[in-house]
Structure formats: C-alpha cells, structure tokens
Design a protein around this ligand. Structure first.
Ligand code: COA
Length: 149
C-alpha cells in the first residue's frame, strides 16, 4: 500500500515524539530541541512530517523581523534517504517566506555531509565558518538562503 505524507505545523500532541526524534538524531543535549518550550515561543515555527500517521521528521526555525534561523531539522533514521528532508525543508522555506522571512541562516557541523548536501541542493549559500563552535570542538559552517525578489 502506498504511504501518505503530510507536512503540517507541530501540535501539542506531537511534542513527545518530536523530542524523542531530536534526542535520537543529536548526541549532544544542547542540540536537542525541547518542543514543549518551542510551542510556547512566539518566534518559533515548527513543521513536522507525518508518514501514515507517524511523526518521522521536523524542521524548527525562529523568525525575527525578516530573518529566520533554521534551528534544527531531523528525519527519523529509518526514513532517511527518501526525500523527506528535502520535502520538509521546501515546505519550511515556503512557510517562513509566507510569514515574512527574506533570509534564512543556519549552522551545521562541518562533518555533517548529508545535511550540508541537502542545504546546498536547496540553494543555501556558504557564509562562513565558526572555529570550534560545538562543545566537542568541531567547527560549524554557516549557510544563508535568500528568498527570490
Ligand atoms: C539531514 C537530514 C535531515 C536529511 O534528511 P533525508 O530525509 O535523509 O534527506 P533527503 O532524502 O530528502 O535527501 C535530500 C538531499 O540531501 C542530501 N543527502 C541526504 N542524505 C545524504 C547522504 N547520506 N549523503 C550525502 N547527501 C545526502 C542529498 O543532496 C539529497 O538529495 P538527492 O537525494 O537528490 O541526492 C537527515 O540526514 C537527518 O535527520 N540527519 C540527522 C540530523 C541532522 O544532522 N540534521 C541537520 C543538523 S544541522
């Protein structure tokens, strides 16, 4: 049977599963979002990917004035490599532009090849590098995406 994909805003009922997804995807607690907190944060915008009724991905961003930051994105490891990350990010960019974002920035671990390839494929441009940005000493790479004028 073909599976169904829905991409929709985070709801209160999603918090436990989204938190677990973040914990599974990121080893460092500082990189694991708390979606309970995010739900109450007016600048936060979170979109989730739901396959056959099960939450399997999220994209979380903060928007201030016309600049957004992609704070975190993750897809359940069992569902990676199937286009879900791209679909989520596409929807996230569309929705953030709809609510006023002109640019979207992000940081990513230098060694995170899958995520970096996704960002470049989506039109993010390299901004710079932050030496030893993460607690374990890894460098961060920063990217920026600009909405079409
Ligand atoms: C990054 C992540 C969200 C990508 O999700 P995904 O659903 O696997 O990605 P998709 O299947 O939509 O792939 C989209 C593009 O990403 C890139 N990509 C995805 N997986 C890749 C891999 N293992 N190696 C290289 N590039 C990869 C490719 O450019 C791919 O496009 P293509 O299929 O046309 O080649 C996922 O790997 C993830 O959750 N990683 C752990 C959390 C994380 O590191 N988040 C980013 C923190 S900044």
């Amino acid at each position: 049977m073909a599976s169904t994909l829905e991409i929709r805003p985070l709801a209160a009922d999603d918090v436990a599963l989204a938190n677990r997804l973040g914990r599974d995807a990121f080893a460092a607690p500082a990189e694991q979002p708390d979606f309970g907190d995010e739900l109450g944060r007016s600048i936060a915008h979170t979109w989730v990917a739901v396959v056959d009724g099960v939450l399997v991905g999220y994209a979380l961003g903060w928007l201030a004035a016309d600049e957004a930051q992609l704070m975190s994105i993750a897809v359940d490891a069992r569902f990676r490599g199937q286009g879900l990350g791209r679909a989520l990010l596409e929807r996230f960019l569309d929705e953030l532009v709809r609510v006023g974002a002109r640019t979207i920035v992000l940081e990513v671990r230098k060694g995170n090849a899958p995520a970096r390839a996704l960002y470049v494929a989506m039109g993010f441009e390299l901004l710079g590098e932050r030496r030893r940005y993460y607690a374990d000493g890894e460098d961060a790479i920063t990217y920026r995406w600009c909405a079409a004028t």
